[in-house]
Design a protein around this ligand. Structure first.
Ligand SMILES: CC(C)(COP(=O)(O)OP(=O)(O)OC[C@H]1O[C@@H](n2cnc3c(N)ncnc32)[C@H](O)[C@@H]1OP(=O)(O)O)[C@@H](O)C(=O)NCCC(=O)NCCS
Length: 167
């Protein structure tokens, strides 16, 4: 797979982004959602995130969206306004060739440029590739929340990782 292009997402990317993320909702513990989203729901979500100033980027290879990295609010109290939660997911056949790291790195650049102060990732365990990608970009392991999610008949832990930004 070629290196591809990383760029800000536009509304036309929403169905592809939604299809990629829905696969992880349905087939894995990676997402703690339990039901896939409709494209309409994801469109409304996309508009809210963009209007609130949270960067969302996609990776495109040969004209096709193969991955997405998005940011969103960490918590809704005002003092958290400089903090953003980050998420990155790739289509399964796009993993393992560096696209996820590049996508997340670009998202961190955008967050820094937008004035955010801290990025936080919540990683459902186990997920060694995700932990490795986040570590590589300077995220630090804060700790593990034990049995915090219940999906597909079992409890799952999450790791919290944080990354300071420039501003
Ligand atoms: C997690 C994910 C975004 C990482 O992106 P990626 O493009 O596959 O990862 P990269 O190719 O950039 O590799 C990142 C690092 O992880 C390492 N890595 C890959 N697989 C690994 C594994 N099974 N165990 C440990 N490290 C691993 C790589 O070696 C690489 O480090 P290196 O460049 O120093 O060798 C991607 O694999 C993905 O979308 N996975 C499924 C969805 C998911 O889990 N998303 C994260 C939700 S928190």
């Amino acid at each position: 797979m070629s290196e591809g292009l990383i760029r800000p997402a536009v509304a036309d990317d929403v169905p592809a982004m939604n299809a990629i993320y829905n696969e992880y909702i349905v087939d894995s513990h990676v997402s703690f959602d339990t039901e896939p989203w409709t494209d309409d729901e994801r469109h409304a979500w996309f508009r809210r995130r963009i209007d609130a100033g949270f960067p969302i980027l996609v990776a495109e290879v040969d004209g096709k969206v193969v991955g997405v990295a998005w940011s969103g609010p960490w918590r809704d109290k005002a003092a958290y306004r400089g903090s953003a939660e980050t998420t990155v997911v790739l289509a399964p056949d796009a993993t393992g060739v560096g696209i996820g790291t590049r996508l997340l790195d670009a998202l961190l650049e955008h967050l820094g440029a937008s004035g955010f102060h801290v990025a936080i990732a919540i990683i459902a365990l186990p997920n060694d590739p995700s932990i490795a990608a986040h570590r590589k970009l300077g995220y630090r392991e804060v700790g593990v929340l034990h049995e915090i999610g219940f999906k597909d008949g079992s409890f799952h832990d999450t790791m919290i990782m944080e990354r300071q930004l420039r501003s």
